[in-house]
Design a protein around this ligand. Structure first.
Ligand code: ADP
Length: 496
């Protein structure tokens, strides 16, 4: 299919999904919301910080590749690495000293809602989805203010023994402090020099310093957990994210096993009356391999229906599942990478017993779908196209405040390189006898026990921002699929 034909598919899918969003009864979204302090780092600011700390100490830490930020030198080392490679990264910090140092030495340009669950909740509310029930275990007053103030976005609480759903601003915990993450964005071609060695940043990207104070727990009070059945009556699916906050050990003696168990219990409760309820987990970069593996093999596996990841996250996931070579191939810069992505998606789908693996990269998205998923390949393709329109909107204007804003995304042209990459994968699959060229374009049905859908995406040349696009893609594809599932599943006896 040439690019013009794809554009026609885009226009049709967009209208189709947009008009059906009202059919979704509701979506439950948990867990991670935070406040993002965003700073676009300029050349002279990097120079100033490098001068302040000294090049040789920073370079020493570049070699060490710190996986946790303990001090400003660790921070600068990870910033230099991200800028050098043009790669996105997220690194945790466990104390608030770094926040003070950044406030004193860099400052931020603006602050906004952050965290996958927070971003997805606001997006769904802005798109007009009914009953967006968001849940954040650490809902502080400051945090509550970053949720859109809209009657379709509510947070649960228990008042006088009864479940209530209210705007976050009415149910925050006044005793909690806000969780503030720093997002250091940088632009292509920014020059960085350290000890006479200079490089230019190869592409726009960002480093996230994720704040993980002791009091962050992926958890739910037992009184709320007991009332989940009332929440699930009004939802068609759940978007879950933030498991990366789980720590191996806690000061009170509990371990990640306890939090994995709690997380699984919540999912089981949501699915109690409808085992087919769509439960999507949005993955992210997780430095700790024990936690990364536990999330995949103990929370995602068997319990959830779909998993969303970007290319780096696919490589990271494959790595802990024992596919090191494939992980390496995914990260290769040549046309083989899209083939490795497909092969990797097959491993994830099978090993984690999922119904859908959604992979987004710059230029194309892939959905690998198991035979038992209720939506056909055309539906999955429409979902990816709709997701791409949302991503393009977010990239081109920097926000999605209403469904009308998404018209902007539809205007963005398809990325030619992404369209070319499709050709590499098509040639490989046809060669392997997995599907014919025609099938490839409309979606390979039941190729080796699964279906494959891949679309070229719309990419904005000079994006207004890069944060949150991945979340828009996954949330967009998820709700688009929900519009296609007409059978809402079983109900517990006694529920209307
Ligand atoms: P985040 O967590 O910040 O959302 P991800 O890495 O999960 O980041 O997702 C980034 C995705 O956004 C990429 O995989 C790509 O598909 C999309 N994207 C990035 N830049 C652009 C752009 N300029 N135009 C359209 N889509 C983009």
């Amino acid at each position: 299919m040439d690019i013009n034909d794809w554009e026609i598919q885009y226009a049709e899918a967009y209208v189709n999904i947009k008009d059906s969003l009202k059919d979704i009864r509701g979506v439950f979204v948990a867990y991670n919301s935070n406040i993002d302090a965003i700073k676009h780092v300029k050349e002279e600011e990097v120079r100033k910080l490098v001068d302040l700390l000294g090049c040789s100490v920073i370079q020493g830490q570049v070699v060490q590749y710190p996986r946790e930020i303990k001090d400003p030198v660790d921070l600068m080392a990870r910033l230099v690495i991200s800028m050098r490679d043009g790669k996105a990264a997220e690194v945790p910090t466990y104390n608030t000293d770094l926040h003070e140092w950044l406030m004193d030495n860099l400052g931020f340009d603006r602050a906004r809602m952050g965290g996958q669950a927070g971003i997805m909740s606001n997006l769904l509310a802005n798109l007009g989805i009914h009953n967006v029930t968001t849940y954040v275990p650490w809902l502080s007053k400051e945090q509550a203010e970053y949720f859109v103030d809209s009657p379709n976005l509510l947070h649960p609480a228990v008042e006088n023994g009864e479940l209530v759903l209210k705007p976050p601003r009415e149910v925050y915990n006044p005793h909690l402090k806000p969780k503030v993450n720093w997002i250091l964005e940088f632009s292509k071609d920014t020059k960085v020099c350290c000890a006479g060695e200079c490089f230019a940043v190869p592409r726009d990207n960002r480093l996230i310093i994720s704040s993980r104070p002791d009091w962050l727990h992926i958890d739910m009070s037992s009184e709320l957990y007991d009332r989940l059945p009332q929440i699930r009556q009004n939802i068609d699916g759940a978007l879950l994210a933030g498991y990366q906050m789980i720590k191996e050990e806690y000061e009170d003696g509990t371990t990640y096993h306890d939090y994995v168990k709690k997380s699984v219990n919540v999912i089981s409760r949501l699915k109690e009356c409808n085992p087919r309820m769509q439960i999507h987990v949005e993955f992210t970069s997780i430095q700790n391999r024990v936690i990364r593996k536990a999330i995949l093999t103990e929370i995602v596996k068997k319990h959830t229906t779909s998993l969303g990841l970007d290319t780096v996250e696919v490589a990271n996931a494959l790595n802990v599942l024992g596919y090191e070579e494939l992980a390496f191939a995914v990260m290769s810069k040549d046309e083989k990478s899209v083939i490795a992505l497909y092969e990797g998606a097959v491993r994830l789908l099978n090993d984690l017993q999922l119904q859908v693996v959604n992979i987004h990269s710059l230029g194309h998205y892939i959905s690998l779908v198991s035979q038992d998923h209720p939506v056909d390949v055309e539906g999955h393709r429409d979902a990816l196209l709709f997701a791409s329109v949302l991503a393009a909107t977010q990239a081109s204007i920097g926000y999605i405040n209403s469904i009308d804003d998404t018209k902007e995304g539809l205007k963005v042209p398809i990325y030619e390189k992404g369209h070319e990459d499709l050709g590499s994968l098509a040639a490989y699959l046809v060669h392997k006898g997995v599907c014919s060229m025609d099938e490839f374009e409309s979606g390979c049905i039941n190729a080796m026990g699964h279906s494959l859908v891949i679309v070229p995406t719309k990419v904005v040349d000079k994006p207004a921002g890069t944060v949150g696009i991945g979340d828009a893609i996954s949330a967009g594809a998820f709700i688009a699929l929900l519009t296609k599932i007409k059978d809402k599943g079983e109900k517990c006896p006694g529920h209307t």
